[in-house]
Design a protein around this ligand. Structure first.
Ligand code: AHR
Length: 349
């Protein structure tokens, strides 16, 4: 072969190699082969719980719009459909794909030690969002951001106590049922615990507590069963708004009226989230009496954490979000928990 032809072939090979490097073939994936990084994007693998509630849908939207290409991110979004096994598989896939960050909204608190150990061994920071993880070694995750679910409940229960006192309602006549969220999730644990403490402190009756899985269908089913079982229920404490929407349907189907006038036979509904217009309309009409706010807009918060880590900063291990308490009743404008006052946001008609 002539020297000039060999020279041209060599130049071509160098060009092919150079294009490959410019495209940044930086990561391997088990399922899809090497990830081709066409731009200098930060790759975030997000394992979301599911789409069980209005809150969750809003939260997914917040994450999706915080991590867009024009902001410098590639988001790999995995919906676990409320199953922890799916979340564990998603995290393993993120590790194999070599993402830059793993963001985990855990369905329940327990059962994360092994897979988070694998993420740590791979050198991938894990940011936990919304609910918490219960792990032996806290260095398995970088940080957490979310709600103080127990405080949400303490505020709602305090509102209930102040309301009942104003109506001169005897504690022993308060008969509550608790429609719980997904058992083992921080939102359920905190809200159930807040209610149990308030029941003991105030001398109320807790007739029953049953899981409603944070969905409207389960909230309706559970409330209907309880209304059949007990004829003296006057407070239904729902651990989120979607359960409350189901509870309202069940209360009406049972020939009872949702509302604040429990002396006249109304069933009071207490709830959490306050995200959808349906929930706020129910507050205005009085069919839901009080809602402890749960803020779903975590996308920008998680992005800020990643930006700070990229700058070499160490984020706070725990970041609690400030939240309000909402009601349509104008008679209570402030409540206090552990000596701290919280204004009640009144939803006008
Ligand atoms: O973890 C947050 C809770 O999960 C919200 O209160 C609920 O609506 C959601 O499903």
């Amino acid at each position: 072969m002539k020297k000039s032809v060999v020279f041209i072939i060599l130049i071509c090979m160098i060009c092919v190699l150079a294009v490959g490097c410019a495209q940044g073939v930086s990561r391997k994936t088990a399922e899809e082969g090497p990830v081709e990084k066409k731009e200098d994007l930060i790759v975030v693998g997000f394992s979301q719980v599911g789409a069980e509630s209005d809150w969750r849908k809003e939260n997914s939207e917040s994450m999706r719009s915080a991590f867009t290409r024009d902001k410098g991110y590639e988001l790999i979004f995995e919906d676990a459909q409320q199953k922890q096994a799916n979340q564990i598989t998603a995290i393993r896939t993120f590790i194999q794909r070599g993402v830059d960050y793993i963001v985990l909204a855990p369905v329940a608190e327990d059962g994360w030690d092994t897979v988070l150990g694998e993420a740590r061994d791979a050198g991938i920071p894990v940011i936990v969002v919304d609910r918490m993880v219960n792990v032996e070694d806290e260095s398995l995750f970088t940080c957490w951001v979310g709600s103080d679910f127990r405080l949400e409940s303490q505020k709602a229960c305090r509102w209930l106590k102040v309301y009942l006192d104003k109506q001169h309602f005897k504690p022993g006549d308060v008969n509550i049922v608790d429609i719980q969220g997904t058992i083992g999730s921080s939102a359920q644990i905190g809200r159930t615990r807040g209610l149990r403490d308030a029941v003991i402190d105030n001398g109320w009756n807790l007739l029953d507590a049953v899981p409603g899985e944070f969905t409207q269908a389960k909230g309706r089913e559970a409330t209907a069963r309880l209304l059949e079982k007990y004829d003296n229920i006057n407070v239904v404490y729902c651990e989120n708004d979607n359960e409350a929407f189901g509870a309202l349907e069940a209360i009406e189907a049972a020939g009872r009226r949702p509302g604040r006038n429990i002396r006249a036979g109304d069933v009071m509904v207490i709830s959490f989230d306050g995200v959808s217009s349906q929930a706020l309309d129910n507050l205005r009409s009085g069919s839901i009496s009080c809602i402890g706010e749960c803020n779903p807009l975590h996308g920008p918060r998680v992005r800020k954490i990643i930006e700070n880590i990229e700058k070499g900063e160490t984020p706070d291990k725990y970041e609690y979000v400030d939240e309000d308490i909402f009601s349509g009743y104008e008679g209570i404008t402030e409540i206090s928990v552990d000596g701290k006052s919280y204004p009640v946001k009144i939803m006008g008609k």
